[in-house]
Every structure is written in structure tokens, then in C-alpha cells.
Design a protein around this ligand. Structure first.
Ligand code: HEC
Ligand code: HEC
Length: 387
């Protein structure tokens, strides 16, 4: 009996000791993890990018500049900034008289309350016709080096005339649209203030709209405040997401600079060649077979507002977008080639997209970080349209 009691005592002692040992081990792990997080927090919020950990970039040396603040907007010398021109441009942006039906304005599809886009998979325009691409936000568009998903416009001045004439958007001849604005007496004074004389032309309309668009810039985000030294602005998840974005997840190969895009065209394997939803992307403009399936790398500033995501609005949540990248995006072999106008084209997904095998926690952390790049929704009062 005595013997049995001692055995039980020895057993209890061993279990207690083992348990203590294990607890110290996991306690040590937690401490180590915490000190890593603290170090990262100190480095990223130091206000000095030289202290940041080195990014993991593709060996192909992609065009890279570190993420950070947005630079100052530059206005072109042949279309300088003035407050009056912004007011005119803003008024035209909201004016449905630029459309054939007098019902559709730029702001119909680029609505400030919806992140300056329309939150639809595809926009509907004239006669409620559906387009075939997801509307882009015009926020921070001043920093885009070419416009549209396929880069078919180079300047905002050129771009502004295109949706007016697009038959599925505003469906109006630019000269007719201009004549309609000429007939609105109240516009004369606005043009005079903006351009020094009353004459209304299509080029002035485009210049005023472009100037207004260049002023639609995000205010400082949580990310901007954090890297400037507000060290408690980020949660641990947001911080780890930032670190993953620059390292393991390798998003920075393409989404870099203060604009979170290197302004290049890349193939994410999203062109679905040979299917009903096929979109040849940049090839449609350059006609270079190597450009089939390439789209402009979009900015990730304000990205929580621009859903559904991608050129075709095919993702309903950011979690799905990150899961897609985590898989290295295995492009379906069925949708890699097509014959377009007699030319056989293949889609070659970028080598920079690799199997990342992110954990569920890491996916959540990257999503949390993306959230820090958005600012609260604006609800500006629409301008009074002249009569
Ligand atoms: C019917 C909806 C609709 C209307 C109206 C519309 N847009 Fe768009 N906008 C879109 C879509 C869709 C895209 C992307 C199209 C593409 O890439 O092929 C786009 C793209 C843009 C871009 C490119 C942004 C970038 O990052 O490249 C700008 C700038 C823009 N629109 C400005 C305007 C202006 C100015 C007007 C009015 C004159 C206007 N839009 C009217 C739907 C619309
Ligand atoms: C090879 C370059 C490249 C890399 C690396 C890359 N992206 Fe992208 N990203 C793109 C391109 C190109 C698109 C547009 C694709 C399309 O529209 O079909 C895009 C689109 C997106 C969008 C949708 C934006 C919108 O407004 O619709 C999100 C979100 C995004 N990327 C996040 C990420 C994240 C997070 C990572 C890292 C895990 C990453 N990207 C890595 C090139 C890249």
C-alpha cells in the first residue's frame, strides 16, 4: 500500500515538472515572438526607411521603389493648377449633359461615396448597357503613368474625352457634348475664370476635368501616420501584414512606391483566354503577343473601397484575392490560349507569382494591412450645375 502511494506521488511530481518545463518553453516562444514584433514595430515606425528590414524581391530585379508616402501632385506645364479650373472641372464631372441621354455623368460611375468608383462588377452606362471592365477609382489617379486597365490613354486630358464618346458609357459625340455645354449660359463665367476667356472648347472641357481629377488625392492614411512615428497606430496584425507584404508575400515586386503600383503591366493569369470572359488586356493596345493578358498594376491605396476586385471584378472579398496570390495563381490550362483576329496568342503568367503557402493567419494579417491604406469615405456635396 505504502509502495503504491509513493508511486502515485512520483508520478504526480513528474507530471508537474514536465508541465512546468513545457509551459516555460511556450512562454519563451511567446516572449521571442513578442520581441520580434517589438523590433519590427520600432523599425517600421522609426521615420527612417533605412531602418526597415530588407524587402524580398524577385531575382529578375523588378522595377522597385520603396513603399511610403504619396509624392506631391505635379500639374503639367500646358495645364497648370488653378482653383477656378478645379471648380469648373468638378462641375463638368457631375454634369450629365455631357452624355447623349442627359442622364449619365462621370460621377455616375466614379461616385465619391463609393470610393470614386461604382462597386459593381461591370458598370452600366447608356441605355443601361453593361461594360466589360470594372470601373477604376479616380482617387490618386494623378500618379498613374498611363490610364485604364490596358493603358490605352496616356494623359488625363486625353482620357476625359473617351468615356463621353464610348457607346456603352455616355454615348455622345464630343463635339455635340461640347455644343450642349456652349448652350448653357451659366458655364461662360466658369470658363472665363478658369481659362481667361469665355470660349468653350472640347480641349478646355478635358483640361478642366483632368485638373479636377488631379486634386482627388487621399489624405494621410493610418499607414502614413504609422511610418511617420505614430508607433501605436498599427495593431500587431497590421504590422505583421506590412512585413509580409514586403517579404514573404512579395507583393512589393509590383505594388510598390507611394502609389503602391510600379505603373507597369503584368500578367496575373486573369485573362481567361479562350473563354467567354476573355480579355487580352494590354495586347489590344500594343498588339505585341507578349502583352496578351497583361493589365496595369493597380494602386492599393483605398483598395478596401474598390471592390469587387481586378479588371473583371471577379473577386468579392480581399481575402479571396490574397488566397489567389498565396496559391501562386495556378492559371487554368484551359484558358491560356486563344485565336484573336487570326493570331494565336498565349497568356504567360508572371514568374514573380510564386506558390506562397501563406497560413490563414498570414492572409488575415495582409488583409489587415491593406485596410490601413484606406481613408474614411468622403461625402462631398455635389456642385450646383449651371443653367
Ligand atoms: C458607365 C460608367 C462610366 C462612366 C460614365 C465614366 N467612367 Fe471612367 N471608367 C469606367 C470604367 C469601366 C473604367 C475602366 C475601363 C477600362 O479600363 O477599360 C474607367 C476608367 C477611368 C479612368 C482611368 C483610371 C485609371 O486609374 O487608369 C479615369 C481617369 C476615368 N475613368 C475618368 C472618367 C471621366 C472623366 C468620366 C466622364 C467624362 C468617366 N470616367 C465616365 C466607367 C465609367
Ligand atoms: C506580378 C506582379 C504582381 C504581384 C507580385 C502582386 N500583384 Fe496584385 N495585381 C497585379 C496586377 C497586374 C493586378 C490587376 C490584375 C487584373 O486586373 O486582372 C493586381 C491586382 C491586385 C488587387 C486588386 C486591386 C483592384 O483595385 O481591383 C489587389 C487587392 C492586389 N493585386 C493585391 C496584391 C497582394 C496583396 C499581393 C501580394 C500577395 C500582390 N497583389 C502581388 C500585379 C501583382
Amino acid at each position: 500500500m505504502k509502495n503504491a502511494v509513493s508511486w502515485v506521488l512520483v508520478l504526480i511530481l513528474t507530471i508537474t515538472l514536465l508541465n512546468n518545463c513545457l509551459q516555460t518553453k511556450s512562454y519563451k516562444e511567446i516572449r521571442a515572438k513578442q520581441s520580434f514584433v517589438d523590433q519590427l514595430r520600432a523599425a517600421y515606425s522609426s521615420g527612417d526607411q533605412k531602418k526597415w528590414p530588407k524587402p524580398i524581391l524577385d531575382p529578375s530585379k523588378p522595377l522597385f521603389s520603396e513603399i511610403g508616402h504619396l509624392p506631391k501632385v505635379e500639374f503639367p506645364s500646358d495645364n497648370p493648377y488653378s482653383e477656378d479650373k478645379v471648380l469648373l472641372g468638378r462641375t463638368l464631372f457631375y454634369d450629365p449633359r455631357l452624355s447623349n441621354s442627359n442622364q449619365i455623368a462621370c460621377a455616375s460611375c466614379h461616385d465619391p461615396e463609393l470610393g470614386w468608383t461604382d462597386n459593381r462588377k461591370f458598370s452600366f452606362g447608356h441605355d443601361r448597357q453593361l461594360g466589360s471592365r470594372n470601373a477604376m477609382t479616380i482617387m490618386n489617379v494623378a500618379f498613374a503613368k498611363s490610364l485604364f486597365w490596358d493603358g490605352r490613354a496616356v494623359t488625363l486630358e486625353d482620357q476625359a474625352k473617351m468615356p463621353i464618346e464610348d457607346m456603352r458609357e455616355m454615348h455622345e459625340h464630343i463635339d455635340i457634348a461640347t455644343d450642349k455645354i456652349v448652350k448653357v449660359k451659366g458655364y461662360e463665367i466658369l470658363f472665363e475664370k478658369a481659362f481667361g476667356n469665355k470660349k468653350i472648347t472640347k480641349d478646355k472641357i478635358a483640361k478642366a476635368i483632368a485638373t479636377f481629377e488631379r486634386t482627388v488625392v487621399s489624405p494621410a492614411t493610418k499607414f502614413d501616420r504609422f511610418i511617420d512615428g505614430e508607433k501605436d497606430a498599427f495593431t500587431n496584425d497590421e504590422l505583421m501584414g506590412l512585413h509580409l507584404f514586403r517579404t514573404k508575400a512579395q507583393c512589393m515586386n509590383c505594388h510598390n512606391s507611394g502609389y503602391f503600383s510600379n505603373n507597369l503591366f503584368e500578367n496575373d493569369g486573369t485573362s481567361l483566354l479562350g473563354s467567354d470572359e476573355e480579355d487580352l488586356g494590354q495586347y489590344l493596345i500594343t498588339k505585341r503577343p507578349a502583352d496578351a493578358g497583361k493589365f496595369r498594376v493597380p494602386t492599393l491605396r483605398e483598395v478596401t473601397k474598390t471592390g469587387p476586385w481586378m479588371h473583371d471584378g471577379s473577386f468579392n472579398t480581399l481575402t479571396e484575392v490574397i488566397q489567389f496570390y498565396s496559391k501562386g495563381n495556378p492559371e487554368s490550362s484551359k484558358h491560356r490560349s486563344t485565336i484573336h483576329e487570326g493570331v494565336t496568342l498565349h497568356s504567360e503568367k508572371s514568374d514573380m507569382l510564386k506558390l506562397l503557402e501563406l497560413t490563414t493567419e498570414e492572409i488575415h494579417q495582409i488583409e489587415a494591412f491593406l485596410g490601413t491604406l484606406s481613408t474614411p469615405v468622403m461625402r462631398p456635396k455635389p456642385p450646383v450645375l449651371p443653367k
